[in-house]
Design a protein around this ligand. Structure first.
Ligand code: AMP
Length: 381
């Protein structure tokens, strides 16, 4: 039976899920998104939209009444409200899984309890407590908001005792945790899927390059040894086994100086570092997510072509309407998200540089260089 799928959030991730759904009309008949921005990216590709805040309880109930299954593209949804609508619609990943993941302290405690490696961490309850814990942790260390932190805005690196007060005040009463700073060699991630029947598949390890805490570039596959890639993929598999939720998860990790892997954080949703799969793989992460939550056999995750994904981010120097961005290079695939307004470092689109002619990552990186200039946003007036 073809199902109505509700998505909390209708940004670019919801948009690409909605597009993937079009290729399996026998399983998904309609997409409805809940998003506060009128004509959000998902609505622009044909999804019905409920215009409301992500946390609007009445709107979530309405979405559940209209849907057979609800999923989400943001992790800040209210897991208790989602739990309360479970009798109306199936929620995937489950509200229990969301509840663990959306609180970084609960998430790391859960992973730690299941013997999955994470950086050393501790809960922080007061500034005195922070001072004391830092004596044990040493410097630098990262103070993190436990919830609702995006693109690194929820972190404060403390380099010395003089910064303790500034760091504590920065979070204005939010629940906090402290984490040991990991002088990593590389940031990597695994896009992993688990379907409702327990089948698990992982996409190959990719390498992520951030600028100002925002993902800028993903290199697939990651430039690491086979042993490191296997270690990371095993950790991702183990994580999915204990986590139990159905859907695609983005598992972000650090490769340490001595080639150990520790998990930085898990996103309970499709992930920016999986956008390369739109062209590099037989199954995209968006289709895989649908397969996972619908209980279908998961698709092949083999990397068919080495690929580099580059994010189109809003220029730091202006906010407003921007000139159209185009690209016509062979084997380069630009995807803009239909956002009208550019804001500093806002994710406006991405493009994939795909190695269809057996190019090496170094050759693809060279090809990418001049293309970076073409996606610098300019005001349209
Ligand atoms: P987060 O929002 O926690 O994913 O962190 C954003 C970025 O901060 C990560 O992509 C890392 O570059 C950096 N980061 C987070 N945690 C740590 C850590 N324990 N040690 C070093 N860098 C970190």
């Amino acid at each position: 039976m073809s199902k109505v799928l509700g998505i909390i959030g209708g940004g670019q991730l919801g948009m690409m899920i909605a597009e993937a759904a079009k290729s399996i009309p026998e399983h998904v008949s309609k997409i409805i998104v809940l998003d506060p921005t009128e004509n959000c990216p998902a609505a622009q590709v044909g999804a019905e939209q409920i215009v409301a805040d992500f946390k609007d309880e009445a709107a979530i109930v309405k979405l559940a009444e209209k849907s057979d299954i609800i999923t989400y593209e943001i992790e800040s949804g209210d897991s208790d409200v989602l739990k309360s609508v479970e009798s109306k619609a199936e929620i995937e990943p489950s509200p229990e899984t969301l509840k663990i993941i959306q609180d970084k302290f609960l998430q790391k405690t859960f992973l730690n309890n299941n013997n999955i490696p994470v950086p050393e961490f501790v809960e922080i309850s007061s500034i005195e407590n922070l001072e004391k814990k830092l004596e044990h942790f040493g410097y630098p260390a990262l103070l993190k908001a436990r919830r609702d932190a995006y693109d690194g805005r929820g972190n404060f690196k403390i380099d010395n005792p003089d910064q303790i007060k500034e760091a504590f005040d920065y979070f204005k009463g939010q629940k906090l945790m402290l984490e040991k700073f990991v002088p990593f060699k590389m940031e990597v991630s695994v896009i992993a899927a688990r379907n409702t029947k327990g089948q698990i598949k992982t996409f190959p390890l990719v390498e992520n390059i951030h600028e100002e805490n925002i993902l800028r570039e993903t290199i697939a596959p990651a430039r690491v040894s086979e042993e490191v890639a296997k270690k990371a993929e095993d950790i991702a598999n183990n994580t999915m086994t204990v986590l139990k939720g159905a859907g695609v998860f983005g598992i972000e990790m650090f490769v340490t100086q001595d080639d150990q892997i520790v998990i930085n954080e898990i996103a309970p949703r499709v992930h920016n570092s999986g956008h390369h799969t739109l062209q590099s793989s037989e199954t995209s992460q968006f289709e895989q997510h649908l397969r996972a939550i619908l209980g279908l056999e998961l698709g092949n995750t083999k990397l068919v072509y080495p690929t580099i994904m580059y994010n189109v981010l809003g220029s730091k120097s202006f906010e407003g309407k921007y000139k159209p961005i185009t690209m016509s290079e062979p084997n380069v695939f630009l995807k803009m998200y239909g956002k009208e307004i550019s804001k500093p470092l806002r994710k406006l689109g991405h493009f994939n540089v795909v190695g269809k002619n057996n190019e090496s990552i170094e050759q693809l990186l060279k090809k990418l260089e001049p293309l970076k200039e073409k996606v610098v946003t300019q005001p349209s007036n």
